[in-house]
Ligand binder design. Structure first.
Ligand SMILES: [Zn+2]
Length: 83
């Protein structure tokens, strides 16, 4: 007699949890320069928000303008083991 319920393999679930723990969230802000119209992303800084005007940083591209606007904030999940 073997009418014991078949349990799904538990290690599969454990793998997913481990993977989630391993990843590190990294936030970026996408900046648009008013002068050269370039946009680029840089590491998120505390206080950043979309449509914020940045006047204390130089444009990454033209190095002249200090009229930058944050157009987007996004985050990505980095696997520290792959870096
Ligand atoms: Zn620029």
């Amino acid at each position: 007699m073997s009418d014991e319920p078949q349990l799904p393999p538990i290690p599969a679930i454990g793998d997913i949890i481990d993977r989630k723990k391993r990843f590190v969230e990294r936030k970026h802000s996408v900046i648009k320069c008013e002068a050269c119209k370039a946009d680029y992303s840089r590491t998120f800084k505390p206080g950043d928000f979309v449509f914020k005007k940045i006047t204390d940083e130089e444009c990454n591209k033209c190095k002249r303008s200090k009229s930058l606007t944050i157009v987007e904030i996004y985050s990505e999940w980095i696997d520290p083991k792959k870096e």
